[in-house]
Design a protein around this ligand. Sequence first.
Ligand code: GLU
Length: 470
Amino acid sequence: MSVSERPIVTRIAPSPTGSMHIGTARTALFNWLYAKHTGGRFLLRIEDTDRERSTESAVQVILDGLAWLGLEADAPAVFQYAQAERHREVVDELLLRGRAYRCWMTVEELAAEREIARAAGRAIRSPWRDQAAPSGVNLPHVVRFKGPIEGETLVNDLVKGPVLFQNRDLDDLVLLRSDGAPTYNLAVVVDDHDMGITHVIRGDDHLNNAARQTLIYQAMDWELPAFGHLPLIHGPDGAKLSKRHGAQAVGEFADMGYLPEAMRNYLARLGWGHGDDELFSDEQAIAWFDVKDVVKAPARLDWAKIAHVNNHYIRLADDGRLADLVIDAMAREGDVIAEGVRDRLIAVIPFVKEGAKTVLELRDLCRFAVAERPIVLNDKSVSLLAPETRERLLRLATRLADETIWTPPSLTVALRAFAESEGVGMGKFGPALRAVLSGGLPAPDLAGALSALGRDESLGRMDDALSRVE
Ligand code: GLU
């Protein structure tokens, strides 16, 4: 079966050398969407051949990042280093086919050739390409690919369109190092072939590699996958995304309180889109997504947009789930989570979540409700409690204690009726009530704050403040 007839298999192939970059997350998403769109499979390969830079913890960061994003692979991860024997077998086959050769150039010879090649504007060539082995074959050597020197190699990229490479510009890349370690371009080709990958969708920093990899496929008479190279993600100012633009790692976005479904929605819009649709479900993205619709220009991260999308999903999210996320955020900062906090959060979240762009903002909007009695009043709050106002609030407390229905509409009515009975506007006691309920922390409107706190807590806080001796 040719690639076009086989069920589609996509993959991401991150190197476990640090955090999981937002670009890797977007690459994973596009591969996942395309696999789902076509009823195919999405696979994960951990490219851990660089033994010095690869770490166990970085592998875990990738697995956790994908799990958090909801982009789990359809099969257990393949570890590239574990396939090294297989990579060497393929090199033997290339040697047999006359498509690879052993090269005994010394470090000095290579450096000299590099200079000459640079000056002549051509790719480096090894004298061993067309020479028999030297005597004393045990000398250290690498194995190089024997690429064509003439002609062109076409990468028919799904995103970039046809890209032509002159073969003379491609040097004979090293396939096996002198210690027998397979190199990156060889390993990628062998693994993608063995995993049955039909579509290689990755960052466009790998476009040049696609030409080299194409030559290896051809030398092995393997069928080529389709390539799709995604433009990078840039910062809001159009420069390459870097630390100064803010968060870059998936874990940072998670800690800042972006929801995974918001990330999927937002990242899908980075370089791809469906008309002007800003907010869409996974099902819609899966139905609509096609690699060939990815745009060629780099996408820019837009913090206002990501906040808007996240706010949308926070509003849709289950309050219990949000409460757990707020508790996690509090615990990460070392807050002791008292008993009953989760219930209080669930009570307050519906009143404040509209205003939250992240879980951290949600946490801040909930702080007034989880504070333990007696709550601390900031100076401004205390200054609002003039004797006359205290008297009025005491009368209000008595009145509220009689309220049988503790909901925003009935509390709004009760507050208005109280103002009327006092012959004053709400401004005469509203700010003070708010201060007493929140201590000066951000809080929803009065009826919302009273509702969120519940009757006992609200009346308790009023009592605490009004019985304070100044
Ligand atoms: N391991 C490569 C990287 O982390 C990706 C290779 C590929 O997708 O072919 O950039």
